[in-house]
Design a protein. Sequence first.
Length: 354
Amino acid sequence: MSKHHKTKHLTPGIAAVATPDLTEAVTITEDTDVAEAADEPQTDQPLPTEPAPDVKEAPIGAVKAEPVHLRGRMTLEDAFQAIGLNCVAQIEANVPGVLKQHVESLHQMRVGLRRLRALLAMFEELAPPPVPLHASIEWLSGELGPARDWDVLADSTIKRVPGIDAHALRQAAHDRATGHHAQILHVLRDARYTELMAQLKDWLGERRWQPEGGLPKDSPLLERAAKSALPLLRTAEKRLAKRIDGLEEADAPGRHRVRIAAKKARYAAEFFRDLLPAQRVKRYLGHLEKLQDRLGALNDLAVADQLLEELKGGSSQVAKQAAYVRGYIAATGEADAQGLSKVLADVAKRRITR
C-alpha cells in the first residue's frame, strides 16, 4: 500500500514502475532486512525510551483525485490504462488516513473506488476484468460503505435538525460508525485486499484484458481516444436521459438510479476532458454537479431514515430522538424533492458529444 499523501500520474510509459517484478521486490526486502540487522543495538547499549522532541508525525490528509492528463495521440487503450492507474493511485493514497480512521480519507478512498467502478462499467464490453477481480472490487466497495453512511448521519444529518438536543442519538450513531471503521482496519489488513490491489495493478499495468495474440485490428481500443471515446460518452448521456425520463419526484429508488447515472456521466466527462472542447465540458460538468448535489442531499435523507430505523431499539431516549429526527427528515425530503423535475429535464437535454 502506498504511503504517499499525494497521487502521481501513472501513464502507460511507467506501468513497469507501478508494478515491480517479484525479483525486485525480494531484493528490496532482503536489503532492508540486512540494514535493520546492522542497526540493531548492542546488548551493552541503552535503548532509547522516547523519540527526539523535535520529531513530529506528518499530518494525515484526504487525497482527492489528480486530474487525468491524456494526450491527443493516445489510443483508447492507452487512455483506459492511464485512467485506471489514476483511480488505483487515489485509492491507495488514502489508505494511511483510513488506517487512522480519518473520515474524509475514507470518503476520498470511496471516491477513487467509485471512479474505478465507473470506468470498468464504461469499458465492460472492450476490457472486461476477470470475474474474481470484479467480485473483489465489489466486495471492497461493500465493506467501505456503512462507515461513511453512519459518519454522515452522526456528523451532518442529525446536526441539521432544529428543536431537539440529540446528543444521545448522535452518540449512538457515532458508536455504530466507530464499529464500522474498526472493521475497515481488518479489511485493509486482509489478504484479499492486498491481493486485490496487486491484481489490479498487474491487470492494468500489463494490459491483461488483451487476448492471446493481441487485440483484433478492428478493436476500438486501438483507435485514437479522441474519436473512439465518443460512443462511450454518448452511452453515458443516453443512460442518464433514459433514467430521467418519466421519473416521479417522490420516487426515492428512481432518484437514486438517476444519481448513479449522473455520477457515471460526470466521471466519464472528467476522464476524457483533455480530449473534449474545454468550455463545453465545463458547462456540462457544472449542470451535472448541481444535479448531483441535490440528489445527494435527498439520498442522505433516505439513507438516514434507514439507519435511524436500526436505532429505534436502543434506549428510550435514543428511540424518542430517532423518531423525532425521522419525522423531520421525512418532511424535509418531501419539500426538497419539489421542483426537481425542472432540474432533471434541463440535465436530460444536455450533451457533451454533439
